[in-house]
Write a protein that binds this ligand. Structure first.
Ligand code: ZN
Length: 232
């Protein structure tokens, strides 16, 4: 099979700041849309990303692909099977937020802490046009929020609540990774490995949560997200 790895646009490119358009459901099975989906998967895998959104390769459609395989570098990040997400609609199920460390394929060598919703409902179509209505939690919910943010022209940089958390990859590994992994591993165990658990907390001060909530309120349609040692 032939691979088609596309160029990934970087922050500063105007298309990353535009809202993408919905794919008419009747068009999903066309060769144009199917090959765009194949390109997204190939490009995501080639870049070792956990996800990629269509505008990141300059195609302004509401399509994103997500996949997290076992990765010994990020043992705390739950797996996500290859998922093709078309025309997603996100609903936050409650006010629970978690602070996560994110990176992005469109923001080379930069990471930062953002607030993400812990429990979301996402409705979308897959590449066969089948409807999905699913609940995502924890880091997986974060990944969906990050990718869907791209479809509305948002980058994780817009969600960084404290710019002092910004780091290069090297500095993250050297100075921040250990503490982050310790905190997030406990979070994952609580939230994702035992979804029935009701006691979820982010360990984040209340004023920070309120500020983060206001940011979400200013982007009503929005989704949003994070990444953990992996980059979306
Ligand atoms: Zn991204």
């Amino acid at each position: 099979t032939d691979m088609s790895v596309r160029e990934i646009l970087h922050v500063g490119h105007p298309l990353l700041r535009e809202r993408s358009v919905e794919v008419p459901p009747g068009d999903i099975r066309t060769s144009a849309v199917q090959s765009l989906i194949d390109d997204l998967i190939d490009t995501m895998r080639a870049a070792n990303g956990a996800g990629i959104a269509s505008p990141q390769i300059g195609e302004m459609f509401r399509i994103t692909t997500i996949e997290v395989n076992d990765n010994p570098r990020y043992p705390y990040k739950p797996r996500i099977p290859l998922t093709v997400v078309i025309n997603p609609v996100v609903e936050f199920l409650d006010d629970e937020l978690v602070e996560v460390n994110e990176g992005c394929l469109s923001v080379p060598n930069m990471r930062g802490n953002v607030m993400r919703h812990v429990n979301i409902r996402v409705r979308f179509l897959d590449r066969d046009g089948n409807e999905h209505d699913e609940v995502k939690r924890g880091l997986t919910a974060g990944t969906f929020q990050h990718e869907i943010d791209h479809l509305d022209g948002f980058l994780f940089l817009d969600r960084v609540h404290d710019t002092r958390s910004l780091t290069t990859w090297e500095q993250f590994e050297r100075h921040h990774r250990a503490a982050f992994v310790e905190r997030i591993t406990e979070f994952v165990a609580r939230v994702e490995n035992s979804p029935e658990a009701t006691e979820v907390h982010s360990g984040v001060p209340a004023d920070l949560l309120r500020r983060a909530a206001r940011r979400y309120a200013s982007a009503p349609n929005a989704a949003i997200y994070y990444g953990l040692g992996v980059t979306e």
